[in-house]
Design a protein around this ligand. Structure first.
Ligand code: FAD
Length: 310
């Protein structure tokens, strides 16, 4: 099949297999590993080609929760479980993953393999700083368990290892406590790069800080943006909310994404958020995952796709 990741570029012809259980996975690895270019794949939300190869092994069958230890703030689950599923289980119990990316539809295996960061990188580090142990199937088909104290080289190579050390089967993660789903957020517009950097530094003590930068603004407005910051609030309930289900129904023509349309979009975005600047209570879902409210929004990249450098 023709396979791409979230950016829809590049696409390659791959054979995707979805083993039904760990035994089938290890058999497949020992059968293929030496002969074929093979890579594990989680939810396919990465950009570029990190989850693309001639042979792809999907981890989505590893979708089981193993244990939730609310007292000790630990969760163990299969690598194919998504962070959306972790949130659905944890939030009503007052528990929260310490690091979240800009979409909740990534798998735990993908989050470990890319050692993802959140809006609290300056305070809490990366996803793997909160991973206690990992079980994985090595390229030989053998199973291994690793942590900071057991096979620590394998553990550190797997954290951020982009799937190159084997297929992550399950992991034990640390959680934090929350008393509400609300985040006290504040948004401030900045006129240029200097102001953006100053404000980012000023908000350093906030748990979450993120800047949207208008990369098409030029001259005196170079680097203008909106700085969003937030802290967990105590106001409100522990009510999990699913993102709304509006979707982009078809792939838009590629020519719609060009410098002129993006500059117009950026100007409108900047004006809208400048007007709405100030503090407010926001549900964590819209604060962390604004794009998740539109299904298949990557169709806006057009049929040629989009290449993201991070
Ligand atoms: C809208 C959006 C916002 C994002 N925001 C952020 C952000 O704020 N911060 C950030 O750091 N990233 C962000 N990302 C990137 C995303 O978090 C990472 O690319 C993540 O790895 C995707 O996880 P996945 O399950 O979709 O993995 P895939 O795309 O399927 O795979 C990504 C990599 O993980 C490996 N992998 C997947 N599963 C396993 C497994 N079971 N065992 C071993 N290796 C595996 C693959 O081989 C590949 O190298 C964002 C992506 C999108 C689309």
């Amino acid at each position: 099949m023709l396979l791409t990741s979230w950016g829809r570029y590049p696409s390659i012809t791959s054979q995707v297999t979805a083993p039904g259980n760990v035994d089938a996975l290890t058999q497949e690895l020992s059968a293929y590993a030496s002969a074929t270019r093979l890579i594990p794949r989680g939810a396919g939300r990465s950009y570029g080609d990190s989850a693309l190869a001639e042979q792809v092994i999907s981890s989505r069958f590893l979708d089981n929760f193993i244990a939730l230890d609310a007292e000790n703030l630990r969760i163990s689950c299969g690598a194919g479980v998504t962070l959306a599923e972790v949130l659905r289980l944890c939030v009503p119990r007052g528990l929260f993953p310490p690091v979240l990316p800009g979409t909740k539809y990534v798998s735990v295996g993908g989050a470990i393999a890319a050692d993802i960061h959140g809006k609290n990188h300056h305070v809490d580090g990366t996803f793997c700083d909160h991973v206690e142990s990992i079980s994985l199937a090595l390229a030989s088909g053998e199973l291994a368990h690793c942590s900071r104290t057991e096979h620590s080289d394998l553990f550190h190579a797997t954290c951020g290892g982009m799937g190159l050390t084997g297929v992550i089967i399950e992991a034990r993660l640390r959680l934090e406590t929350i008393s509400s789903v609300s985040i006290t957020t504040e948004a401030n517009a900045t006129a240029n790069l200097k102001e953006s950097l100053t404000l980012l530094n000023e908000h350093n003590e906030k748990k979450y800080v993120v800047a949207w930068v208008d990369c098409l603004a030029r001259g005196a407005a170079l680097g203008r943006g909106i700085i969003h910051c937030g802290d967990h609030s105590n106001a409100g309930k522990l009510q999990h909310r699913e993102s709304s289900s509006i979707g982009v129904p078809f792939t838009t023509p590629g020519f719609l994404l060009n410098r002129a349309t993006m500059a117009t979009f950026n100007s409108l975005y900047f004006k809208r958020h400048s007007r709405a600047a100030g503090a407010r209570q926001q549900h964590y879902d819209s604060f962390f995952f604004p794009l998740d409210s539109i299904r298949n929004w990557n169709r806006l990249y057009g049929s040629r796709g989009f290449l993201q450098y991070q």
